[in-house]
Design a protein around this ligand. Sequence first.
Ligand code: ADP
Ligand code: SF4
Ligand code: MG
Length: 383
Amino acid sequence: MATSQSTTGEPTPGEPDLGKPDSGKPVLGKEPEATRSPSSGAPSDAFLSVRDLRVHFSTEDGIVKAVDGLSFDVEKGRTLGIVGESGSGKSVSSLSILGLHNPERTTIEGSIRFDGNELLSMPERKLRDLRGRRISMIFQDPLTALSPFYTVGEQIAETYRRHMGANRHDAHARAIEMLDRVGIPQPKVRVNDYPHHFSGGMRQRAMIAMSLVCDPDLLIADEPTTALDVTVQAQILDLLRDLQDEFGAAIVFITHDLGVIASMAHDVLVMYAGRSVEKGTVREVLKTPTHPYTWGLLSSMPNLTGDVDVPLRPVRGTPPSLLDPPSGCPFHPRCDHAAVVGGDRCATERPVISLVDGRGAACHLAAQDKERIFLDEVRPRLG
Ligand SMILES: Nc1ncnc2c1ncn2[C@@H]1O[C@H](COP(=O)(O)OP(=O)(O)O)[C@@H](O)[C@H]1O
Ligand code: SF4
Ligand SMILES: [Mg+2]
């Protein structure tokens, strides 16, 4: 099924329409939305289509179910934000797309289709060619991607030469062009610097330059601004938005910060214990969230409208161990609403996410209960 790129009725990243919820009564999960493919179950022909991904690690302590049935789609020119607490499986999912797990200790099941090709069964040689050229990644720590032994320019140029077959002269010129593009001052001089000559923000810009040098179709950014101070973070986010406009790539943007999602993404997937618990457009999920975990995340972040009078409430309890995840709904030990569902259903029955036009949540609460709780308890907390 073809998917639509229409952004009708959606916020533009960078200009989120995410202030206080409308004074009118929201209809949870039913905002008007352009047609999108379902993101679970049925296969799709989306540019990147992940279906029922399971990534389990064998460890001395047992099997870590880091990702346990994850599905999503991303189209070119669109940004999917994946948000969740530390340890929810965000990085493990993104490393699976790049085929970077150690096959001896890892069981990977499901499907990851990129531009019509199945990545999970692709030979390593072909995958290596895709990595860096058509799919690239920006990590939280640029020092994991940049070698201390080569100049920044050599590293960017080498990526370009290897994948695009350019000669040294052209690759060097391309490295300068990319450093300029990501806002490094005096790029003709700085191209000869080593990574340790750059500040943290500059290194992150250099890594972005390296990841975009071959004009990739898919960019995975894993907490790319988490290590940076707030001002530099804002500059890097601005830069990534501009670059997406220019390059038109599909972007998977991973973060633990819903505020960053609000300014960067078109669509959002909320992850908990290796699964997706809520999905929709950024507007839908941040304005009318329907999963208790998303309510918790929103209540624990500074108000998007900047209202400092509303106290922050961290999600109570701690994220579960993925060695021995809770039965039923994995959020049930931390959820304040299991009693509304009644009986022991939340503790015994795993809720599945059912999507209507790409929108939905994995929770047993009835629609009217969700709406009541959201209006009476959650929305007042959000200010
Ligand atoms: N190579 C590995 N071996 C065993 N467990 C791992 C490995 N990599 C990650 N994990 C575990 O998988 C879970 C998800 O990790 P990760 O995807 O890094 O979380 P995050 O959402 O913070 O990016 C965590 O419990 C982590 O400890
Ligand atoms: S299924 Fe039950 S425990 Fe899980 S989020 Fe919904 S109400 Fe809470
Ligand atoms: Mg991570």
